[in-house]
Design a protein around this ligand. Structure first.
Ligand code: NI
Length: 261
């Protein structure tokens, strides 16, 4: 499978569970803005079989290389970003479920998911999305310890968000301008840490919507829970070139876009 085909499948599935993204995509196209994807973000668990190293191997087949490493101490996440010429950036985070901060039950549940992934390649996992059937009771239990763990448990392997690059926009090229436009159109933004995250000096300014709500089929039946969100990014020159990294303090707040209201 080519990277373009992989990305196309991710985009279609993302649109299906994120009606908000489709709507914004249309709103921006109607304004005459050309939409370029700055990055996609993926979530996984910290384990040799499906963790960051496995993603590094997976993306290396598409000529991607690791270009940055990040840590999120409070949320117990590690992340890397990959770059490849003429392709969107890829940001992958993994959940450190074995951390002493979490209950024994957390590790037991996460390990049971990892076991079901054993016979599948990452490419297969991204096609299957989940190799387990989630229980709503377990989802709610996980939410008490980690929103990230609960999201992964319910949604599995899928693109958590796509990101609109504002760098080539004509009218809405500033993050605050874009935010005002979205709010005028009734879209709710993530306000954690302020609507605009990051500064020009840091090389990256971002904002994001709150996640759409979408029905997941749990063992107990269908329940609407936060799915995915849309993000917006403007990159600036830093040390003589356009910054291609991420800003941990901003990313930390953007993770919260999948929080329940
Ligand atoms: Ni992002």
């Amino acid at each position: 499978m080519s990277f373009e085909n992989f990305l196309q499948r991710e985009w279609q599935d993302y649109c299906k569970v994120t009606p908000l993204a489709q709507m914004i995509h249309q709103l921006l196209s109607d304004q005459g803005e050309a939409i370029v994807n700055d990055h996609i973000a993926l979530r996984t668990l910290s384990h040799p079989s499906i963790g960051l190293e496995a993603f590094e191997e997976f993306f290396s087949k598409f000529d991607y290389k690791v270009c940055g490493e990040y840590e999120f101490e409070d949320k117990k996440l590690k992340a890397v970003h990959f770059e490849a010429a003429n392709k969107p950036l890829v940001f992958v985070s993994e959940f450190l479920y074995e951390d002493e901060k979490f209950s024994d039950q957390m590790a037991t549940i996460m390990e049971s998911l990892i076991t079901t992934c054993a016979d599948h390649s990452l490419l297969e996992l991204f096609k299957l999305r989940r190799t387990w059937t989630p229980s709503f009771k377990t989802y709610e239990k996980l939410l008490q310890e980690s929103e990230y763990a609960a999201w992964f448990y319910a949604w599995g392997f899928r693109t958590n968000h796509f990101t609109v690059s504002l760098n080539n926009f004509k009218k809405l090229s500033e993050v605050d301008q874009l935010n005002s436009f979205l709010k005028l159109n009734g879209i709710k933004l993530n306000t954690s840490g302020g609507e605009v995250k990051g500064t020009k000096e840091q090389g990256l300014m971002q904002s994001s919507t709150m996640a759409s709500q979408f029905k997941v089929d749990f063992v107990e039946g269908g329940f609407e829970i936060p799915s995915c969100y849309y993000e917006f990014a403007k990159r600036f020159e830093k040390d003589g070139q356009i910054y291609t990294g991420f800003v941990p303090t901003s990313a930390d707040k953007i993770f919260e876009s999948t929080n329940r209201k």
